[in-house]
Design a protein around this ligand. Sequence first.
Ligand code: DLL
Length: 435
Amino acid sequence: MFFQKEIETMPRKKLEELQLERLRHQVDFCSRNVPFYAKRLAEAGVTPERIKVLSDAQYIPLTTKADIRDNYPYGLFAVPMKEIVRIHASSGTTGKPTVVGYTKRDLDNWSDCVARLCAAVGVTDEDVAQIAFGYGLFTGALGLHYGLEKLGCAVIPVSSGNTEKQAMLLKDFGTTTLISTPSYAMYISEVAREMGIARKDLKLRIGLFGSEGCTNELRQKIEQGLGVFSTDNYGMSELMGPGVSGECVYRNGLHINEDHFLAEIIDPETGIPREPGEEGELVITPLTKEGIPLLRYRTKDITRLNLEPCACGRTFARMEKVSGRSDDMLKIRGVNVFPSQIESVIAAIKGVAPHYELILTRKNYTDYLEVRVELSDASLLEHYGELDNLRNTIVSKLQTVLGLKAKVTLAAPSSIRRYEGKAKRIIDKRNESGL
Ligand code: DLL
């Protein structure tokens, strides 16, 4: 059940002392080895001695993705290239990728962190783990790969894509643990069903899903489709990759590997720290990283922290499932809308599949939201009255949850695009009209 019990159940007081010592060390390490930080910290008057308690972290300037991009590719690395043994990058939708480097010790810590979150949901050395994340610069596949190997699993590095083969391997190789994005898991489950593979043909028991949000409603659909215990884990390439946090079997928040990461919540507008339990943007300082040691990195992800003890015995704080990214939030006619709110409505409605697209347009200076959602059964297309009822139900449920009227379009089964990695569900055409 535990991969490193002494650390994962460390009394909080001892854990916080360890974090403080490591934070001071990282501030010193950054100012000595990264010119960018030497300047930033000097300007802010921050020295290791000034950090007397953990909350003094708030005096350290925040780091953003733009800071990493501005120092492309290796400007924030803190060790000579000869000590770097791996390079990853996150693709980003615009401009250059964000590049990260790992020393041998970073890789060792990384696989420990991943092994912990896999063990926490019940994965053991008896498991056969199919990794359906893309191998390459993306951190998801190799991150999970080494963590699962460290735990002693039999790893199948199939990579993402070729969905029929994924389904075939699930059955033929007796896969017990599936690793993918939740949207890809949903897709694999559909393809398996179409190929005539039934739940009873599979040995699947645990799904380690991450890299994008998954509402409880979508989770239930995946569980029904594949017969897995579906779990959530979180991370980002700038911080390490997967391995920052993950659920335990109680699935009541994601335990943060706090010996390696200091987590804070800030007000995304003002940057002012928020108390445990309050929602805001997650800011993380990796406490042991050598390759690219960031200080107070703004994740843009919205969540809250829970420091209460967990029934599993872990003392690590839990972060609530990420509700969205602060830059993912849609502002529609002045209303804040997170795509996850829409997903939770759609995935709970009978007659539609949990595949959708959000199309934003602008006419006469007014924003419009169209939700395209797929019917789960083609026969409905022949019953106009039923279609209309279904559409009206969705419109009214969305209105209750969002406080906003959206246009709902019902699409034929299998007509909405599927994804093998992170799903891209927002089509924002608001700037195309030039208004
Ligand atoms: O997605 C790392 C990862 C790989 C995590 C595999 C878990 C499993 P990036 O590509 O850099 O790294 O994307 C990071 O993805 O800031 C979140 O917005 C989002 N994200 C990652 N995990 C979750 C999750 C990897 N469990 C960005 N729930 C983050 C919601 C997630 N969002």
